[in-house]
Design a binder for this molecule. Structure first.
Ligand SMILES: Cc1cc2nc3c(=O)[nH]c(=O)nc-3n(C[C@H](O)[C@H](O)[C@H](O)COP(=O)(O)O)c2cc1C
Length: 172
């Protein structure tokens, strides 16, 4: 039934450390508060990422572009419990400024989060993260995305079915 909410934007959640990063693809990412700046991510109980976040209490939400789609697919189809998927990916992991979980250089934004709450929601754990630092590329200026400059990733429906936005801005 959740399928009726799609298309949704697609992100990468990075857990672990710069020595051993574990990126996981996630559509279920939601803004929660401006002040303090909070966001939520729903992570399946069976995911390796769920375990890493519960141990380390931090994570990074990275905003990929459509050029990174192969890596997005790798991060979303291989579990870090079984192999070091970061080694299969072409992106560069770089240290974050305020959290242990690393950022991704090629992503248009990296939102560094500390866990302030977690709620069990059925088969997922909903982590509430306070955004303690953000780094970004030239696809953003003053928190505004330059959608003519970069192509964000949108998941149209379950499986390998993605698109990116047009660059038309429509006013109501
Ligand atoms: C496009 C896409 C979106 C996904 N969104 C989520 C999500 O929001 N939450 C989640 O728990 N898993 C999501 N997944 C599945 C995980 O990314 C996948 O199970 C991954 O292999 C988990 O890695 P891990 O075990 O290293 O944490 C998504 C997968 C794809 C391909």
């Amino acid at each position: 039934m959740i399928g009726y909410l799609y298309p949704l934007r697609t992100y990468l959640i990075i857990g672990g450390s710069i020595e051993k990063p574990n990126p996981m693809t996630a559509d279920w990412v939601v803004p929660l508060s401006f002040n303090p700046p909070l966001l939520g991510v729903a992570i399946g109980k069976k995911r390796h990422t769920r375990k890493l976040i519960q141990e380390q209490r931090d994570f990074v939400v990275s905003v990929p572009t459509i050029e990174l789609l192969k890596d997005v697919w790798t991060a979303g189809t291989i579990s870090g419990a079984r192999e070091n998927k970061a080694e299969r990916m072409s992106v560069t992991f770089v240290p974050s400024e305020r959290v242990k979980a690393p950022s991704i250089k090629e992503c248009q934004a990296n939102l560094e989060c500390r866990v302030v709450n977690e709620v069990e929601t059925g088969d997922h754990i909903f982590f509430v993260g306070e955004i303690v630092n953000v780094t970004h590329g030239d696809g953003f200026e003053n928190e505004k995305p330059a959608i003519k400059e970069y192509k964000f990733v949108m998941h149209v429906f379950s499986g390998p079915n993605f698109t990116w936005q047009g660059d038309e801005i429509i006013k109501p």
